[in-house]
Design a binder for this molecule. Structure first.
Ligand code: ARG
Length: 610
């Protein structure tokens, strides 16, 4: 038997389980009841209902796998010798329902479950008739009004955002949208690196380049990385420069107006560059950088010290966390505060001032230990416990070049984000022009550029979001811009195809379906219609699963399968001009509707026409 991964665990987080009425949970509930009716002791034996999706519909749509495990655990005197006997007993106890057509005991004791087509038609009819054309109508809203702080993007001032920040930005935006879709409150936090000893040299360098009192308008630094490097070289080579830089740090920390003003200019200049990327990608994030916590750090250290958690180690103040060799350093031996200090003040603020129910940090995986230590220290301080809040780090893998090494430009420089976005759009624009020249597609000349932007950015996002965040991936324009396979481009084409059918129905056949009218009823007889209906009816379950696992890749996986099934549907079932035109159009609309919601959660702005 083959199982589709992804739905093996029942949803756990905040959505009230009796409110989820996707087809997967319907079947799960039926088999939960059957299992407990057949074997009331199952739960005491530690056997939980296990219903999975099958890969091949000739074995039914679902499979219940409890019999094997249960058979081993049941007391011998009950007389169940083989798993097949156990399975038969479960089958006998399946309550009367209109969801399942038939069940079969197969192989060593699997239960194959076949969905009722009549049920699919009935549910799809209800869904489209509800007017939303999306089978979400029965979706309950989230029962708990929880707040999730999502710490993402978080680039560093006076440095360009790099492809790691791109991953954080893309994943973070999508995580927020998934939560918000279900009515959760989020606070999107950009923890920018706007504080630290590097500002001493940056202030000095800026003064030397743009005068004693540089104004934002006068400062034009397109190339932040070059600027940072220039300062660093000078710092390493020039003793005098180094000395003034160091006094600048002290002055800045002490609140010196002059230094603060220049620091502000540096922040504003960088912010302007970051904003360009955010607006291109449709990302919203609120800046609350390291400097915000600066005056909160001394109090935090005091509190941690009073709790007996802080140890003096070679002049520095440290917190040793069980299981880690290096400690968290909350104050350096020279009295300065660093990354660890800031994050301890930040976690305290988020849990106790913002009263976050959940905090999600999104950075590359190399920072995993840092966050584990912070979380552990916060728990040792009693700031939260696993039942009061959920604090997690999503650590993503490295983006690699085609050579398998860290992604760099040909000359070995880190790739600037803007260049990467430009390149994706450029290539897409080129291929769209090509298509138009060949007489394909339906984009007007004037829309080519904006369509290329949507697809270009969307393709990058999908390429990133569709994989498990912890894995490394090889950055490849060719792969991500491929019109075939599991790519954003393929999905956008599949979506546009549905949209174009809907548009043609109106323009060429004068038909616009009103599924809400009393006369309208879904007619679904073809197997591809049933398959598509089944796929659509999973949507509420997918939502609850991705919300509990915070997994954009779950949305991608669903979207891709939906697109495949929808493509077979429109390929094999004639829509335009057929007898079933209205009903089939309603299916197209429902599918486009659900796909649109998924694109939205992935923050992919999808064109209607390609
Ligand atoms: N600025 C850091 C970096 O570029 C990421 C900050 C992540 N957030 C945090 N609270 N430490 O790697």
């Amino acid at each position: 038997p083959h199982f589709t991964k992804g739905f093996a665990d029942a949803p756990t987080f905040v959505v009230d389980s009796n409110e989820i009425t996707g087809v997967i949970s319907e079947v799960r509930l039926i088999f939960r009841d059957a299992l407990y009716a057949a074997f009331p002791m199952a739960s005491a034996l530690g056997v939980k209902p296990a219903v999975t999706l099958t890969k091949d519909s000739k074995n039914g749509e679902f499979q219940c796998n409890n019999a094997m495990e249960l058979c081993k655990k049941l007391p011998k005197d009950l007389g169940f010798r083989a798993p097949r006997d156990v399975a038969t007993k479960i089958v006998e106890c399946v309550p009367k329902n209109d969801v399942i057509e038939k069940v079969e005991v197969a192989g060593p004791g699997f239960i194959n479950i076949f969905l009722s087509n009549a049920y699919i038609v009935k549910e799809m009819n209800n869904a489209v008739k509800s007017g939303s054309a999306k089978p979400t109508s029965k979706m309950g809203k989230v029962s708990k009004d929880s707040l999730t702080v999502v710490d993402f993007s978080s680039p560093n001032i006076a440095k360009d955002m790099h492809v790691g920040h791109l991953r954080s930005t893309i994943i973070g935006e999508s995580v927020c949208r998934i939560l918000e879709y279900q009515g959760h409150k989020t606070k999107r936090v950009n923890h920018v690196g706007d504080w630290g000893t590097q500002f001493g040299m940056l202030i000095q360098y800026l003064k030397e380049k743009f005068g004693e009192n540089p104004k934002m308008e006068d400062v034009d630094i397109q190339d932040l990385t070059g600027f940072y490097k220039g300062a660093k070289v000078k710092f390493d080579e020039d003793e005098d420069f180094k000395k003034v830089s160091q006094t600048n740090v002290v002055k800045l920390q002490a609140g010196d107006e002059g230094c603060k003003a220049i620091w502000q200019v540096l922040c504003d200049v960088s912010r302007k560059e970051f904003e360009k990327v955010y607006s291109r990608l449709g990302v919203t994030v609120e800046e609350c950088g390291e400097s915000f916590y600066n005056d909160k750090i001394p109090g935090t250290i005091e509190e941690l010290s009073a709790l007996g958690l802080v140890v003096q180690d070679g002049g520095a103040k440290c917190i040793f966390v069980p299981g880690f060799k290096i400690p968290l350093m909350v104050q350096k031996s020279d009295g300065g505060f660093g990354y660890d200090s800031t994050d301890m003040a930040a976690i305290s603020y988020r849990l106790r001032e913002l009263k976050a129910d959940r905090i999600v940090y999104i950075t590359d995986f190399t920072q995993g230990d840092h966050f584990s230590m912070c979380f552990r220290a916060a728990r040792m301080a009693g700031w939260y416990n696993p039942t009061s809040a959920d604090v997690v780090h999503i650590g993503f893998g490295v983006v690699q070049g085609e050579d398998g090494k860290r992604f760099k430009t040909r000359s070995g420089e880190t790739v600037r984000l803007v260049d990467l976005l430009d390149e994706s759009v450029r290539r897409m624009e080129e291929s769209l022009r090509e298509r138009t020249k060949e007489g394909k597609g339906s984009i007007a000349e004037g829309d080519i550029r904006s369509t290329a932007e949507k697809i270009g950015y969307g393709a990058i996002k999908y390429f990133d979001l569709s994989r498990n965040p912890t894995s490394n991936y090889i950055f490849s324009y060719d792969k991500m811009l491929d019109t075939k396979g599991n790519t954003g481009v393929y999905l956008m084409f599949a979506y546009a195809r549905l949209k174009s059918i809907i548009a043609k129905a109106e323009s060429q056949h004068g038909v616009k379906v009103d599924a809400t009218s009393p006369e309208f009823n879904m007619q679904m007889t073809h197997k591809n219609e049933h398959r598509l209906g089944f796929e659509l009816l999973k949507f509420p379950d997918v939502l609850s699963s991705v919300t509990s696992t915070l997994s954009p890749s779950g949305v991608c996986e669903y979207l891709y399968n939906l697109a495949l099934v929808a493509t077979s549907f429109v390929t094999e079932c004639k829509v335009l001009g057929s007898d079933e035109m209205e009903s089939r159009l309603a299916l197209c609309e429902a599918t486009a509707g659900v796909m649109g919601e998924c694109f939205g959660m992935l923050s992919i702005d999808v064109p209607d026409k390609i």
